[in-house]
Design a protein around this ligand. Structure first.
Ligand code: SF4
Length: 227
């Protein structure tokens, strides 16, 4: 390895996770971002810390996987081969919703009027900030369920694999997202505030030790539940 790639490797490895994620969202892949971008990222996270009002809501349901491939969670019927695979062996499922709040959208809009580069970095950092928040909320849910001997699989959002985006609607309705966390959706499934997430999370009696960051961060490459 030459000196430059050594330096880049060390720089990427020493970044905290949210910075690494923001760098990835900005399209740098596994390469290091330049100093200027890293400074913009640091500023963006500071702005988000001061602006975001993250909220989440979750409900736990019994679930069943019917032989015809239909997944029943509460009174919701879902058809998706990839979710079916991911939930195999689960006995319960968590419906989950989270948002960073409307002030983050307003911040990004304001910044984009005067500094587009900064706004692009803010967008990436807000996505990383939201992921980090969802991970921490999921860890709390996981700790509660572990007391019942259940272990969480990764979050699975409408739009992943063949899970149709329209499942966002029943998830948000069941969670009463408008009332509980101020999250609504347009007819074209755009969420307001935009930095928001809905997801399903399976809970299985078998301890798979899924990392909260999900299958992409998991070394079990041959896992039959991989999303
Ligand atoms: S690949 Fe890893 S994170 Fe994904 S379901 Fe399997 S064990 Fe869990």
């Amino acid at each position: 390895m030459n000196n430059l790639s050594e330096i880049i490797k060390v720089q990427v490895e020493t970044m905290d996770r949210r910075t690494r994620e923001a760098v990835r969202y900005l399209g740098y892949g596994k390469n290091a971002a330049d100093e200027n971008t890293l400074a913009l990222i640091k500023d963006a996270f500071a702005m988000l810390e001061a602006t975001a009002a993250p909220k989440s809501v979750s409900r736990i349901f019994e679930m069943e996987q019917r032989e015809d491939g239909c997944i029943i969670i509460g009174n919701m019927e879902i058809r998706s081969t990839s979710l079916n695979r991911n939930l195999k062996g689960c006995t319960k499922a968590v419906l989950f919703g989270a948002t960073l709040g409307g002030a983050v959208d307003r911040l990004i809009r304001r910044v984009s009027i005067t500094d587009m580069a900064k706004a692009v970095v803010l967008q990436a950092c807000a996505a990383a900030f939201l992921e980090e928040y969802c991970d921490s909320e999921q860890l709390k849910i996981g700790r509660r369920l572990e007391k019942e001997g259940l272990y969480l699989r990764p979050r699975f959002s409408p739009g992943y694999g063949d899970l149709d985006i329209h499942y966002q609607e029943p998830i948000m309705r069941i969670l009463e997202c408008a009332k509980t966390i101020g999250l609504t959706m347009t007819d074209s499934f755009m969420m307001t505030p935009t930095k928001s997430v809905t997801a399903l999370i399976g809970a299985s009696p078998v301890k798979e030790r899924c990392p909260v960051q999900g299958c992409e961060a998991c070394e079990k490459k041959d896992c039959e539940y991989r999303r």
